[in-house]
Ligand binder design. Sequence first.
Ligand SMILES: [Zn+2]
Length: 457
Amino acid sequence: MTALVCLASCPCSATDDFLSGTAVVDITPPGGYRMSGYFMERLNTGVRDPLKAKALVFSQGKVRAALVFCDLIGIGPGLSRAARTKITAKTGIPLENIAIAATHSHTGPLYFGALREHFHKGAVASKGKDPHEDLDYSVWAAGKIAEAVIEAARTAAPVRIRHGVASEGRLSFNRRFHMKEGGVRFNPGQLNPAIVRTAGPIDPAVGIIEFLSAGGTPRASLAVFALHLDTVGGTEYSADYPRYLSDELRGAFGKEYTSFFGAGTCGDINHIDVTVKGRRSAGEIGKLLAGTVRGGIEKLAAVKRPSLAVRRAEVEVPLQRYSKEEIEKARRDMELVGSNKLPFLHRVKAYKIMALQLRKSETISLEVQAFRLSPELAIVTLPGEVFVELGLAIKKGSPFSNTLVVELVNDAPGYIPTRKAFTEGSYETVNSRVRTGGGETMVETAIGLLKALKKDG
Ligand SMILES: [Zn+2]
């Protein structure tokens, strides 16, 4: 079922200094762009807070790596390819050692995928040009992301690393539920009396890595937490709750401090507590999370022997297949995708079938990367919106004492549900492209990479 290509970076020498650099660029699109996140055309009306791309570069001996965290819903394959190619050409950091991650903000641009194609082509057909896309966002953002990495690489300096895991059990909820009428439903509504119980767990762990100057001044931190972003809403650009996490940490550690946020595997996790009426705002979530991260930072353990290495694999997994008739029906249904004339899951299915056509293949290559920072500490990156159970399985199978798992990296193949969820159905499985088992294959691959890194660490 799978073909595996495995690449290991050159070994570093543990006696070499571990260097890190950071840089932040603005990637806010022009006003009036279409916004991502929902199954309708939603036009931007302003900026609540700017969207950023934040670059984190590592180097030790001959090994170099870069992670970039972008305030976007996902990283389209075009953006990923363009940004990584440019970064490699300008910095020499190998393409395999570069991860471009999205935080999953639902208040950023709709710049790739089947829905964007539909609205964009419709505008061009009726008006001759698309008035909502003044610039090719993928090309422009790729340039900005590369700028950030070039600057981070240029300013890289020896750092001390500390790491740990904090626990945050108040903010995240599994959004899939067994219902009295039978079956599993996502987002059944608050105080719904037909809810029996949740269909899955959450992951309360907040993985934290802190970078300090050689003299001990806190410079930056990466926090990874499994909670879907979509807590702001509206039509203004916003980075959602991680913006408040950043504000709080910069308030505590100074304006030069960079707060990186990575989306943990939260394909089935959101901020809605069905046992109560109201919802927490983005500000409340960001500030509570910041308190947990700050508490966690106080208890971090120092990395004694940094040893940078990167391994990466591409796993080829089968995509779902549809008949000619089903594809034709989906094409017709796409005309109604922005309206309420079709039931929600019908619209989602039409969108998914059209998204599959854009792939032009019967399989998809899921790229998994593993970054070792020390014999105890690793970061795994995965494409797609990955179910929390899969991230938990990677952490459980990892030989590292602290493994941070970041989703939505380098590509956006929709949801990656578990085998169990595929048998249960509901929204996330309808809005998935991979066939059942693809997620579990990705988990095995990630654990394999981690074991190999542990062995030669
Ligand atoms: Zn989402």
